[in-house]
Design a protein around this ligand. Structure first.
Ligand code: NAD
Length: 477
């Protein structure tokens, strides 16, 4: 049985007379753990524990902070198999995704950001005032609230936790209520690595726990990954108290397939980009703008590839596609599919929940989708792919259609003409544009959204900036 207590300061908090809620294996619908619903007093205690630990943690010499982060990475590596199985059982993603992608990314995040701990610099500037020495320092912000979603729980936490700690902040983590188990285990490994009590705290529960953190006066910064709707609410609340915020929000990535594209490569890459984690990916490729003369071939091959996916429990080695995370998410996806039919799109394959226990959904392809349909405009977060043929070879018009969305997280262009691909890439309004490849991530590569897809960037030096503030120090000579 995985640990289900909350971590506040040095203490693992038991449920006692607090309310609890179940966590399910989405492939079977069975309850695998009972988690604590934190109350306002728990949130307050966690923020105080983080605040109390802050001065000492920020003052630890950088080399020691780096050593501790490297130790966390080593422990995650030693427990990689256990963590991958835990993530798969709680979230549903097939083991090759948790073991081959998510957990290695956690390890890489801690190693990459451990490097930054010893490389933070300020500058000296010759200001134009006589007899003044002027320099800057990059300083941590204080207590940071890290609020995460359910699609890649431990990996997306590492995007925040590693840079927050590397730069000397302390944190209170609020994982998604559907998938808290790997977060609690990572916090346990952080303690085992030797991180002092209070540097990492975890409170579990639903939206009210996140809200209490966002409103808490002791929190200096909120780093949130989740839906655009909640991101807007957080930004509004944080705006009133002028807390720092980073927001990684929803997406509706266009995939442009030009007439000269390698269709087989495009189909393979789009199946991966569109169906990874059953489409529960913020960067998922979901609306395919395909040159008319290639549209039939592309749709046929995409549908055949989608229909051939093997659905099953993520721990089963034959599985290619796991379940959706919850019954609620399966309902939501199904309602979008019904909407697509009602809007007049042509269902080519899939279109229903799969038989059996668990929250499985058949990979679904729609043809004949138009720009204005809601399935082409709203984030579905499931295995639903929409093909939108285009007649007009005018690049500007094509780019305008791809950009005709509130979102701006990711986009991809499939073309054998590198000039065409790069011209389109420059004009697309998205934080990350890929050419002839699925949406990969790297700790050194900036990640984040334009427009309603977010505010700020994670990874690379952007993450260091997001968790620090620049102080000017002036000295009269
Ligand atoms: P969500 O917004 O419902 O919840 C995210 C987290 O916020 C959860 O921990 C939840 O409990 C908490 N929360 C909910 N309401 C809150 C409130 N009012 N105040 C504070 N916290 C609150 O999102 P989700 O359904 O868990 O995740 C799916 C969404 O996340 C999708 O829109 C997806 O695109 C987005 N996402 C974005 C990225 C990215 O990098 N841009 C990555 C993964 C997921």
């Amino acid at each position: 049985m995985p640990r289900t207590q909350m971590l506040i300061g040095a203490d693992w908090i038991e449920a006692g007379d607090r309310a609890t809620f179940p966590s399910h294996d989405p492939a079977t619908g069975k309850v695998i753990a009972e988690l604590i619903s934190a109350g306002p007093a728990d949130v307050d205690a966690a923020v105080h524990a983080a605040a109390e630990a802050f001065d000492d943690w920020a003052a630890i010499v950088p080399a020691e902070r780096a050593r501790l982060l490297l130790r966390v990475a080593d422990l995650v590596e030693q427990h990689a198999d256990e963590l991958a199985r835990l993530e798969t059982t709680d979230q549903g993603q097939p083991l090759p995704i948790s073991a081959g992608f998510a957990i290695p990314m956690v390890i890489n995040q801690f190693r990459y950001h451990a490097g930054w701990a010893t490389k933070l610099t300020g500058i000296t500037v010759d200001v134009s005032i006589p007899d003044i020495d002027y320099r800057t320092r990059r300083e941590p912000l204080g207590v940071c609230a890290l609020i995460t979603p359910w699609n890649f729980p431990i990996m997306l936490l590492a995007f925040k936790l590693a840079p927050a700690l590397a730069t000397g902040n302390t944190v209170v983590i609020k994982p998604a209520e559907q998938t808290s188990l790997s977060t609690i285990r990572l916090a346990e490994l952080c303690r085992e690595a030797g991180l002092p009590p209070g540097v990492v705290n975890v409170v579990t529960g639903g939206p009210s726990v996140g809200r209490a953190l966002v409103e808490h006066p002791g929190v200096a910064k909120i780093s949130f990954t989740g839906s655009t709707e909640v991101g807007r609410e957080i930004a509004a609340t944080a705006g009133r108290s002028l807390k720092r915020v980073s927001l990684e929000l929803g997406g509706k990535a266009p995939s442009v397939i030009t007439a000269d594209a390698d269709i087989d490569a495009a189909v393979a890459g789009n199946l991966m980009g569109g169906l990874l984690n059953s489409g529960q990916v913020c960067a998922a490729y979901t609306r395919f703008y395909v040159a008319r003369r290639k549209a039939d071939e592309f749709t046929e091959k995409l549908a055949a590839g989608a229909a051939a996916q093997v659905l099953g429990h993520g721990l089963d080695p034959k599985t290619q596609l796991g379940p959706l995370v919850s019954a609620e998410q399966a309902e939501r996806v199904d309602s979008y599919v019904r909407l697509g039919e009602a809007e007049g799109a042509t269902l080519v394959t899939g279109g229903h929940r799969a038989d059996g226990d668990g929250y499985f959904y058949q990979p679904t392809v729609f043809a004949g989708v138009t720009d204005s349909m809601r399935i082409a405009r709203e984030e579905i977060f499931g295995p639903v792919l929409s093909v939108i043929p285009y007649e007009d070879e005018d690049e500007l018009n094509l780019v305008a259609r791809a950009n005709d969305t509130d979102y701006g997280l990711a986009a991809v262009i499939w073309s054998t003409n590198i000039r065409t691909a790069n011209r389109i890439a420059r004009r697309i309004r998205a934080g990350s544009v890929y050419i002839n490849m699925p949406p990969l991530l790297d700790p050194a590569a900036a990640w984040g959204g334009m427009k309603a897809s977010g505010l700020g960037r994670e990874n690379g030096f952007d993450a260091i900036e997001a968790f620090t503030e620049v102080k000017s120090i002036w000295t009269a000579l």
